[in-house]
Design a protein around this ligand. Structure first.
Ligand SMILES: NC(=O)C1=CN([C@@H]2O[C@H](COP(=O)(O)OP(=O)(O)OC[C@H]3O[C@@H](n4cnc5c(N)ncnc54)[C@H](O)[C@@H]3O)[C@@H](O)[C@H]2O)C=CC1
Ligand SMILES: O=C(O)CCC(=O)C(=O)O
Length: 428
């Protein structure tokens, strides 16, 4: 089997943008590999008394524009290659949104749904104890990603504060509101994506009422986004989770499906136990079927690598909005472009989450907390400005929105790297 490197695939996006950006050779050299990474073993005492070891990672890809920033993923497929790629995307996402951050990401290789709540808490605290020297409010700031949430961020912040012997809320964002979290962070990725989708579809005269949508992944981000879209008249005809999906040509009742999915999440259970496939009145489809549906808009909101050279020919949607990180490979990009399908890139579409994480960090450091309306207003303004700038670059050079986003981000990154100079590099 040929080894597929996510990071190598992610890096090809820079190559396409480079034709249009003047960036020094030094800056490009620095961007070839992550600045720093740690791999740790986390011993976890299970409830039955036995001890099990888990692998954890934290990667800081670049910190020229500010401290590393990025989420923590709990998933059985988490690997160093995946975390490096996610940290790479964070670097470009933060530059694209003009946030004063570099890019980072972390994760633990674990099937978190099999752990009890107290095992999950011990594992999360163990992870922080293992990486405490590598992170900090001015060094590298954590946040939620797949299979992590506000509850877990609260444990992580508390563990870091215990180690530092001072309350340090700004080391983690996406915390519970009662522990210094921001209004609007839980919905921020969906609210940001909703804003980007509306802004861009308007340019194609594609109104909500004549638009059908399929959403892969009905988690924190996918479910809220499906709800926001259906509330303004988009017809969401298909959704899915890790067990499979459901389809209804007349449109799904998203608020009630969301309530059903959330009903299994009480104080004890950190994750939703029920699958959308258990809602019997709809046609059950596979995740592969969902991706190939004849819809206007396809929204991958689960894992990376979902649309590849193997299935890109089968895609029928007109527009793909990448809410997940890295759901479309670079080979698939080319096939989709030839088919006339517009792909709107992850580093723009899902940037609402890190933007409100930045707002949370600012609030933690100033001690002054904003209302939900203020948060959402600032998010809307910032993401619309960067969406419009990216659109203008795409029009100016006649390139895809992905290449335009990388041009925009690379300009900011290159400028910061050149301004910084050689820094602490070894000199001759
Ligand atoms: N949570 C956040 O603030 C942000 C999340 N993202 C990205 O959005 C995506 C989703 O994240 P969350 O909603 O936070 O995660 P989540 O853990 O809340 O939900 C993930 C969803 O994906 C489903 N899923 C898992 N494996 C699947 C598969 N093979 N096929 C179809 N569905 C599958 C799960 O059942 C669940 O419904 C990820 O790619 C994440 O990196 C991006 C930016 C910020
Ligand atoms: O909120 C953050 O800091 C990062 C969220 C994240 O992991 C992502 O945007 O992929």
């Amino acid at each position: 089997m040929i080894h597929f490197s996510l990071l190598a695939d992610a890096s090809t996006r820079i190559e396409r943008a480079l034709k249009y950006v003047e960036i020094s050779k030094d800056a490009m050299t620095r961007l070839q590999a992550p600045k720093a990474s740690v791999t740790v073993s986390i011993p976890l005492r299970l409830d039955d008394g036995s001890l099990q070891l888990f692998k954890g990672y934290r990667v800081r890809y670049d910190d020229t524009r500010g401290p590393g920033k990025g989420g923590i993923r709990y998933h059985p497929h988490v690997s160093i290659d995946e975390v490096e790629s996610l940290a790479f995307w964070m670097t470009f996402k933060c530059a694209l949104l003009n946030l004063p951050y570099g890019g980072a990401k972390g994760g633990i290789t674990v099937e978190a749904k099999t752990l009890s709540r107290s095992e999950l808490e011990r594992l999360s605290r163990g992870y922080i104890s293992a990486i405490a020297d590598f992170i900090g409010p001015d060094v590298d700031i954590l946040a939620p990603d797949m299979y992590t949430n506000a509850t877990i961020m609260g444990w992580m912040m508390d563990q870091y504060s215990i180690i530092q012997r001072r309350i340090t809320p700004s080391v983690v964002t996406g915390k519970p509101i009662s522990m210094g979290g921001s209004q609007g962070r839980e919905t921020a990725t969906s609210v940001g994506a909703f804003q980007v989708i509306n802004t861009l579809l308007e340019k194609f005269d594609q109104s909500p009422q004549k638009t059908t949508v399929a959403v892969q992944g009905f988690g924190n981000v996918g479910a809220m986004l499906a709800q926001l879209l259906s509330q303004v008249g988009y017809r969401v005809v298909a959704i899915s989770d890790s067990q499979g999906g459901i389809y209804a040509s007349q449109g799904l009742d998203i608020p009630s499906i969301r309530r059903y999915k959330m009903s299994s999440r009480n104080l004890q259970a950190v994750y939703c136990e029920s699958s959308v496939c258990n809602i019997v009145e709809h046609e059950v489809i596979t995740n592969a079927d969902l991706l190939a549906l004849d819809v206007d808009v396809l929204i991958p909101a689960a894992l990376e690598n979902q649309i590849t050279a193997d299935n890109a020919q089968q895609i029928q949607a007109k527009y793909i909005f990448e809410v997940a990180n890295g759901p479309v490979t670079s080979q698939a990009d080319q096939i989709l472009e030839q088919k006339g399908i517009y792909v709107f890139p992850d580093i723009l579409v899902n940037a609402g989450g890190v933007t409100v994480s930045y707002f949370e960090w600012v609030q933690n450091r100033s001690g002054l907390y904003w209302t939900g309306e203020e948060v959402n207003q600032r998010l809307k303004e910032r993401i619309t400005v960067e969406t419009e700038k990216t659109w203008s670059i795409a029009q100016e050079f006649g390139v895809s929105m992905r290449t335009a986003a990388y041009i925009h981000a690379l300009r900011r990154l290159g400028e910061a790297m050149d301004a910084k100079g050689t820094g602490a590099d070894n000199k001759k």
